[in-house]
Design a protein around this ligand. Structure first.
Ligand SMILES: NC(=O)c1ccc[n+]([C@@H]2O[C@H](COP(=O)([O-])OP(=O)(O)OC[C@H]3O[C@@H](n4cnc5c(N)ncnc54)[C@H](O)[C@@H]3O)[C@@H](O)[C@H]2O)c1
Length: 373
């Protein structure tokens, strides 16, 4: 399989995303070029990464002073307490700005490590090796770093760009199906908000992506999906307007996760799948989008049994609470709930165009729950 390359230019720095199968061996050469003065490397691993990858990376970097950190990924790890632990430890080893931090894990390890990299000595080299499909198509791209606060998810953070994102699809061989679904939710979102062609391609490939075996199709999906995310990031790096379209379905999703107390009963991607369907149903109700589009999108859900958990988590009695959570979303700039709706497959409404009071949204509950899809 041929490697794929995406080059990103930001106002702060330029970096590349490399996508391929078994490409970790490129790492030492890349570090030499991108972090020429690095002597020390801190590698922050997700505990669930198979040992063979850890051994391989350690071996590849044997000419550096390597310090290993390993964490069991959970939203609790994404906290200022862990930031403090890692930062103090790295400082005790006398790391300086030309040294490097490498994250090897999903979005949790990536967000945490990138945030640490952004604050150690006001910013040291950072390389991201995302190992979940979600991290490969979403969280490793765009420079948003951060940890959770007792007041909510991702409320402490920074914008900070990596020197390199190395996406090796061979990590996905050990990824549970449930996590593949999470990544797929973001790929599907990317197709809905910008790329009709990607959606049409997904109509034929969704099964292959979700069963996780065809790494060639998966790397193609990652490449196509990253391009969509980069389009929004490039045009609105600091999330002032356009980039908010990437939140399509996410206001519902965050509320569903919060209502479930981020318990893991329902994970982020599953909530996004429900959130997108809710946003599309609302789009049909508000007549921004046709029912035909909803049915087309619904077919991908049906074909892959993506809404099996839907009934348990979106009961009528919970919906009021969900809407209350939505009203508190940090992305609202006033008391109203700011939603991105779908116009057609590949195009959404602009941020700020559709705002609902909780009362207005609660009125729609019976209709929202009364769709076949
Ligand atoms: N920075 C951003 O722009 C951005 C965007 C989207 C999401 N996020 C954040 O990303 C996080 C979610 O990321 P995630 O879905 O990757 O979750 P995660 O990091 O928790 O990983 C999911 C699970 O997969 C395991 N895992 C990771 N790699 C594995 C592998 N190769 N094989 C087997 N198991 C593996 C992890 O241990 C964990 O149990 C959230 O905290 C979310 O806020 C950030």
């Amino acid at each position: 399989m041929k490697k794929k390359l995406l080059k990103i230019k930001t106002t702060e720095s330029d970096y590349s995303i490399i996508i391929g199968n078994n490409i970790l061996s490129a790492l030492p050469k890349k570090i030499k070029i991108l972090c020429p003065k690095a002597q020390k490397i801190a590698i922050i691993f997700d505990k669930k990464i198979p040992t063979k990858f850890k051994s391989k990376i350690k071996k590849l970097l044997k000419s550096y002073q390597v310090y290993l950190y390993e964490f069991r990924s959970s939203e609790k790890v994404k906290s200022i307490i862990y930031v403090n632990k890692i930062t103090e430890n790295i400082l005790s080893k006398n790391f300086n700005r030309s040294d490097t931090i490498i994250a090897v894990g999903g979005g949790i390890i990536g967000d945490l490590s990138a945030f640490v990299a952004s604050i150690v000595k006001r910013g040291i080299n950072f390389i991201n090796i995302p190992t979940t499909l979600l991290a490969q198509v979403d969280s490793s791209i765009g420079g948003k770093t951060g940890v959770n606060s007792i007041y909510g998810k991702n409320l402490i953070g920074s914008f900070y760009q990596p020197k390199l994102v190395l996406i090796d699809v061979s990590f996905l061989k050990s990824l549970p199906k449930r996590e593949m679904i999470c990544g797929f939710a973001e790929i599907l979102k990317h197709s809905l908000i910008l790329e009709t062609n990607l959606f049409q391609w997904l109509e034929n490939t969704s099964k292959k992506i979700l069963n996780g075996r065809d790494l060639r199709v998966i790397s193609e999906a990652i490449y196509k999906s990253c391009k969509v995310k980069l389009y929004f990031v490039k045009n609105d790096y600091k999330e002032k307007n356009l980039r908010m379209i990437l939140n399509f379905g996410h206001t519902f999703a965050h509320a569903i996760e919060a209502e479930n107390k981020f318990s893991g009963k329902i994970n982020h991607g599953e909530a996004v799948l429900i959130g997108m369907i809710m946003a599309i149903r609302l789009s049909v109700i508000k007549k921004t989008c046709s029912k035909k589009a909803l049915i087309k999108i619904g077919k991908i859900y049906k074909d892959n049994n993506l809404l099996s958990k839907f009934k348990n988590y979106l009961k009528k009695k919970n919906f009021n609470k969900i809407i209350n959570y939505m009203a508190n979303d940090k992305k609202n700039d006033d008391k109203k709930i700011n939603l991105i709706l779908l116009k057609k497959i590949g195009k959404t409404t602009m941020p700020g165009k559709f705002k609902f009071s909780s009362k207005q949204l609660k009125k729609q509950i019976p209709k929202l729950l009364n769709f076949n899809f």
